[in-house]
Design a protein around this ligand. Structure first.
Ligand code: ZN
Length: 387
């Protein structure tokens, strides 16, 4: 049976979504560029823009003179101040909440320390959202969590570092805690959402094959292959921290032995460096000690850098990415041990798969998790702007 052709209404909805997505990703874009990018004629672009303007999603203003003959093209901008999502990032040592405007604009944010294995993230998230309330229309919220998240319903699964969150439907709980405030709440893994944010408007914009390796105590990867997020059947893909790289190595919190994170995570680095502290500040202190010539800190970073390189080489051989991004505390570890990482990648990675790969730190820094969580929340608006 032949699939029926899409109706005029369906085509219009798709075009509205595509147009709004361009405006959202670029922040602002001229009508002339939209005409080229979307392959639609000027009057259609004009009509679609008028619909989005009337819905309060975008504004139009006269662009700068182009120097060419004729009127300058109108510039379409996202109404970032009044169309927004809340973004929550549940990290190992803190919880952060932001209000993010359409166009990926961080309007305001709050953070609070969080006890490791602490289980109540709903109360602080709800309190911050109430504080951050602003005028306009909220499209929902997105939550980034350092744990495995079931794709079907956003329930956090029992995983080594999700601790007290295991089994909780944190999205649904947050929505219920704030009745009438959040039309929808989506939940995703922090590495996946950092990758999404960097791909949408960061260092990976325009790259279709990207791996974002996020590390703190645990290590996970956000994978984009062929321009699409790869999260696996149940949503649990990208658990690269549990690739076994050293069967003779340390016991892992997952129950296995010699997983990648037992060589490159925060704990082995701090242990090797003789540090008794934990957390991002402790990792930065090791990097600083190494920069000052502390032999133990240098050796610890070298060890971690070598293992980071081994694992990255495996990922490069499997996915042949054009870009690897190091985020979380691995950003600082990578910067301090880039020579080891590159040298291991060159010795273990296949010449063809690593030929064009670039190793980078995030352009969005610590904001990637929040911006990625907001992206999740914006998806339904971008799919059907006038719904
Ligand atoms: Zn493991």
């Amino acid at each position: 049976m032949r699939a029926s052709a899409p109706s005029q209404e369906e085509i219009r909805r798709q075009n509205l979504g595509a147009l709004l997505r361009f405006v959202h990703e670029r922040g602002q874009i001229s009508r002339a560029e939209l005409t080229t990018e979307l392959g639609l004629n000027r009057s259609t672009i004009g009509a679609l823009t008028a619909d989005l303007t009337e819905a309060g999603l975008v504004t139009e203003e006269t662009g700068r003179e182009t120097g060419r003959a004729g009127r300058p093209s109108l510039v379409v901008r996202a109404r970032s101040e009044t169309i927004f999502a809340y973004a929550v990032s549940v990290e190992v040592d803190q919880i952060r909440v932001a209000r993010v405007g359409l166009g990926g604009v961080l309007l305001d944010q709050r953070s609070a320390p969080r006890a490791r294995e602490g289980n109540d993230v709903i109360s602080p998230a709800a309190a911050f959202i109430t504080e951050l309330t602003g005028p306009g229309r909220c499209v929902g919220a997105g939550i980034a969590v350092a744990g495995m998240v079931r794709r079907a319903d956003g329930v956090v699964q029992l995983s080594p570092h999700s601790g007290g969150l295991a089994g909780q439907a944190i999205g649904e709980s947050l929505r219920e805690r704030l009745p009438g405030i959040l039309p929808q709440v989506a939940v995703g893994n922090v590495a996946d959402l950092c990758a999404l944010a960097e791909h949408t408007r960061g260092v990976a914009a325009g790259c279709d094959n990207v791996i974002y390796v996020y590390g703190d105590v645990g290590v996970g990867a956000g994978i984009i292959a062929g321009g699409r997020r790869v999260i696996g059947h149940g949503g649990y893909g990208g658990e690269v921290g549990h690739m076994v790289v050293n069967p003779a190595g340390r016991a892992c919190s997952c129950g296995s032995k010699g997983c990648w994170e037992t060589e490159i995570g925060e704990l082995p680095l701090l242990e090797l460096a003789g540090s008794t502290d934990i957390g991002h500040a402790a990792v930065l202190a090791v990097v600083e000690r190494a920069a000052r010539g502390d032999a133990k800190a240098i050796a610890a970073l070298r060890h971690v850098g070598e293992w980071l390189g081994f694992g990255v080489a495996n990922l490069v051989n499997i996915f042949n990415p054009e870009l690897i991004i190091f985020g979380g505390t691995l950003r600082d570890v990578y910067l301090a041990a880039a020579a080891q990482v590159r040298s291991r990648l060159n010795s273990v990675g296949l010449a063809a798969t690593r030929e064009h790969v670039r190793l980078r730190t995030p352009a969005l820094g610590q904001d990637a998790a929040l911006l990625g969580a907001a992206e999740l929340a914006f998806q339904s608006l971008l799919n059907d702007p006038l719904a």
